[in-house]
Ligand binder design. Structure first.
Ligand code: AMP
Length: 618
C-alpha cells in the first residue's frame, strides 16, 4: 500500500478544505508514528494502565504492589476469561463503587455479544474510552481517501441502529457498545465533517423502534440518492437486512416520495421532524424511477438506485464472509470494504489496505488502544478446533511471527487485565514494525447469523432439552448436525435430525404418530434454550429467522461420514460434525430431507439479565 507522505500538499483552495486535509494528514502521521515503534508505545500503555490503577483491588489481590513493569505484570497476573472476573463484575453491577478493577469510575456496562451462562457478558467501561473509540473512527476515512478520492464530496448511506438497554441493580446502564457510541455526544454532536456526513438523520439512527428507524433511514437514503458515494452498515447481515426491507417496502416508500408525506406508521415525532427536513416536496419522477428499478430486478440494485456508490462498507471477515455472495448480487460486484476490528472490551485496529479482497483483509492493531498480548494457538486442521497451550509464554505485539496464529489477550484502560478476548488472529504482514492480522475465527463458535455466537456445547444442551418433546412418542434423535442458512433473509439456524423411532429405524419414514406440531415444539424448545443474544436477534431485532429442523432419511449420517472420508477425514478419528459448512457435506444432508419444520413463534426475550428486575427505558 502507498506510504503516507509526511507533508500535506500545498492546498490551493479554501480554509475549510485546508483544515480538512490537514486533519487527514495528522491521522496518517499518527498511524505512521505508532506503527513505527509499537514496542515502546505498548510499554508506555502498560505502564500507564498499571500506574493509574495501582491501588485497585484486583491488582492488589495479585500482589502487584504498585509495580508497573512488564516483567512483574507477566509474572504475577494470570491470563483470564470472563468467568474469572464474573464475581467482580457482579459486585460492580450490584452497586459497589469502590475501585475494584479500575481507578476511574465505571460509567456503564457494555453488553458483549459473547455470552456467559446464556447471558451477555458485561464489560465495565469508563468515560474516557469514548475518546479512544472516537480516535479509531477518526482514522478510517483518512486511510480510505488514500484509495478512493473525493469521498468528501458526498454522503455515506449507513444503516445504523441502537438496541434496547437495561439498568443493573446498582443503577449502571448496560447496553451494546455501538448503542453507547451513537447515543454519546461524540456521535450526536459531532462537528460537521464531510466524512461523517450521513444520509440518515441522527433521530432515525437513535429511534428505538427498529421498523421506524429502518424505514426512515431508507427513505432518507432514497431521497438523497444522487449524493451517496458509499453505503454500508456495521456487519454484512445488517446491510442485507436493509436491502430486504427495501424489497418488502418499496411501494410504501415510493408512495411517500410521490406524495411528499411520511407514512403514518412512523409515529416517533423526532423522526417525523427529521425526515420532513429531507422529504420536503412531492417528487413523482423520483418515485417512478425507484419503482421501475425495484420492479426490474434486485441484482445490482445498489448501483442502479445509488449510481455514484464506490464501495460497500461492511464487515465481511469472520462468520460474516457467508454473506459475500448476497452482497455481490445486490451490489453488482462493488468492492466490499472492511475497515475496522473492534469489540466491547476494546477497539482494536483498522484495515490500512481497505480496497483489498475480503479474503486478504488484515487489521493493524493500533498500539495506543490497549496493551496487547498473544497466545500462540494451533488449530486442528480437520476440525478447526483451537488448542491454546497455556504453558506457552504470551508474546508481545512487537514480537509476533509472520504466519503464526494467536489468541488475542488484552489489558485495557477500563480494567481488564490479561483478558482472553476469544478471537484467533493470524499475522499476515507488517505496517512499519506493527503486525497486521487476518481475523481467523472466534473460538468455539459453531453457528452465527448476525451478532449471535452459538457454540457446540450450548447447541447440544438445547437439542437435549428439545428431545423431551419426542419422548412420549418413543422417539429420539440418533444423530444431528447444524448449519447457518443464510440463503434466506434473515438467515436462520437449521438442524438436521436423523430419527430413531420406537427404538429402531422405520424404513425411510419418521413415525406418522409424531404430529408436525411436536417438531415445531422442538424447534421452539431449542430456541428457548439458546442464549439471550440469539433470542434478542429472533424476538426484538428480527435479525434471525425461525429455527428449522430438517428430518433426514435413516442412514444419512453414514453417508455424511463416507463423504467426509472421501474428502480426507480420518476414518479412525471421524466424529459427526455438530456444524456443517462444507458444501459437499451439505448436499449429502439436503438431498435426504424427508420433512422440514419451523419454529412457530419467537422465543421469549427481555432486555437485561434474567436475574435483574428490568426496566426498559429510552
Ligand atoms: P462484541 O463484544 O459484541 O462487540 O463483539 C466483538 C467481536 O465481534 C470480536 O471479538 C470479534 O469476534 C467480532 N468482530 C468484531 N469486528 C470484527 C471484524 N472486523 N471481523 C470479524 N469479526 C469481528
Amino acid at each position: 500500500m502507498p506510504e503516507a507522505p509526511k507533508q500535506p500538499p500545498r492546498s490551493p483552495s479554501s480554509g475549510h478544505y485546508h483544515h480538512h486535509l490537514s486533519k487527514n494528514w495528522r491521522a496518517l502521521d499518527f498511524i505512521e508514528e505508532v506503527t513505527s515503534n509499537p514496542g515502546a508505545v505498548q510499554a508506555r500503555v502498560l505502564s500507564e494502565i498499571l500506574s493509574r490503577n495501582a491501588q485497585v483491588e484486583y491488582l492488589r489481590r495479585h500482589h502487584l504492589d504498585g509495580r508497573t513493569d512488564r516483567h512483574s505484570f507477566k509474572q504475577l497476573l494470570p491470563v483470564i476469561s470472563y468467568e474469572d472476573i464474573h464475581p467482580d463484575v457482579s459486585r460492580i453491577a450490584n452497586g459497589d463503587t469502590s475501585p475494584i478493577l479500575c481507578s476511574h469510575p465505571i460509567s456503564e456496562f457494555l453488553t458483549s455479544s459473547g455470552t456467559s451462562g446464556g447471558e451477555r457478558k458485561l464489560m465495565p467501561t469508563i468515560e474516557e474510552e469514548l475518546d479512544r473509540r472516537s480516535l479509531l473512527y477518526s482514522l478510517l476515512m483518512p486511510v480510505m481517501s488514500q484509495f478512493v478520492p473525493d469521498l468528501d464530496k458526498g454522503k455515506g448511506m449507513y444503516f445504523l441502529f441502537i438496541k434496547s438497554e437495561a439498568r443493573t441493580p446498582g443503577g449502571l446502564v448496560a447496553r451494546p457498545v455501538l448503542t453507547s457510541y451513537y447515543k454519546s455526544n461524540h456521535f450526536k454532536n459531532r462537528p460537521f465533517d464531510p466524512y461523517t456526513n450521513y444520509t440518515s438523520p441522527n433521530a432515525a439512527i437513535l429511534c428505538p423502534d427498529s421498523y421506524q428507524s429502518m424505514y426512515a433511514q431508507l427513505l432518507c437514503g432514497l431521497c438523497q440518492r444522487t449524493e451517496v458515494l458509499r453505503v454500508g452498515a456495521v456487519f454484512a447481515s445488517g446491510f442485507i437486512r436493509a436491502i430486504r426491507f427495501l424489497e418488502n417496502h418499496w411501494p410504501l416508500l415510493c408512495h411517500d416520495i410521490r406524495s411528499g408525506t411520511l407514512s403514518s406508521d412512523i409515529t416517533d415525532p423526532s423522526v417525523r421532524e427529521a425526515v420532513a427536513r429531507i422529504l420536503r416536496r412531492p417528487d413523482p419522477a423520483l418515485a417512478a424511477f425507484i419503482e421501475a428499478e425495484c420492479r426490474r430486478s434486485w441484482a445490482g440494485i445498489i448501483t442502479r438506485l445509488w449510481p455514484d456508490t464506490k464501495y460497500v462498507d461492511v464487515i465481511v471477515t469472520g462468520t460474516m464472509s457467508q454473506y459475500i455472495p448476497t452482497l455481490d448480487y445486490y451490489s453488482g460486484g462493488l468492492p466490499l470494504v472492511c475497515t475496522m476490528y473492534a469489540s466491547s472490551e476494546c477497539y482494536f485496529g483498522i484495515n490500512l489496505n481497505p480496497m483489498c479482497q475480503p479474503t486478504d483483509v488484515a487489521y493493524t492493531l493500533i498500539p495506543t488502544m490497549a496493551y496487547f498480548e498473544f497466545l500462540p494457538v494451533n488449530r486442528n486442521g480437520s476440525t478447526g478446533r483451537v488448542n491454546s497451550p497455556l504453558t506457552t509464554e504470551l508474546v508481545d505485539l512487537a514480537d509476533v511471527k509472520l504466519g503464526q496464529e494467536y489468541e488475542l489477550v488484552v489489558t485495557t484502560y477500563a480494567g481488564l487485565y490479561r483478558y482472553r478476548v476469544g478471537d484467533v488472529l493470524r499475522v499476515a504482514g507488517f505496517k512499519n514494525k506493527a503486525p497486521q492480522f487476518n481475523f481467523i475465527c472466534r473460538k468455539n463458535v459453531a453457528l452465527s447469523i448476525d451478532s449471535d455466537k452459538t457454540d457446540e456445547v450450548e447447541l447440544h444442551q438445547a437439542v437435549g432439552k428439545a428431545l423431551n418433546h419426542l419422548a412420549p412418542f418413543g422417539a429420539t434423535v440418533a444423530e444431528y448436525t447444524s448449519y447457518a442458512d443464510t440463503a434466506t433473509i434473515p438467515g436462520h439456524y437449521v438442524l438436521f435430525w436423523e430419527m430413531v423411532v420406537g427404538g429402531s429405524l422405520k424404513n425411510g419414514r419418521s413415525s406418522p404418530a409424531i404430529p408436525p406440531s411436536v417438531f415445531e415444539d422442538c424447534c421452539l424448545a431449542v430456541e428457548e434454550s439458546l442464549n439471550s443474544v440469539y433470542r434478542q436477534g429472533r424476538a426484538a431485532d428480527k435479525s434471525i429467522g425461525p429455527l428449522e429442523i430438517r428430518v433426514v432419511e435413516p442412514g444419512t449420517f453414514d453417508k455424511l461420514m463416507d463423504c467426509a472420508i472421501s474428502y480426507g477425514a480420518s476414518i479412525n478419528q471421524y466424529k459427526t460434525p455438530r456444524c456443517v459448512k462444507f458444501e459437499p457435506l451439505l448436499e449429502v444432508l439436503n438431498s435426504r430431507v424427508m420433512a422440514s419444520y419451523f419454529s412457530p413463534k419467537c422465543p421469549k426475550w427481555a432486555p437485561g439479565h434474567r436475574q435483574w428486575c428490568n426496566q426498559e427505558f429510552k
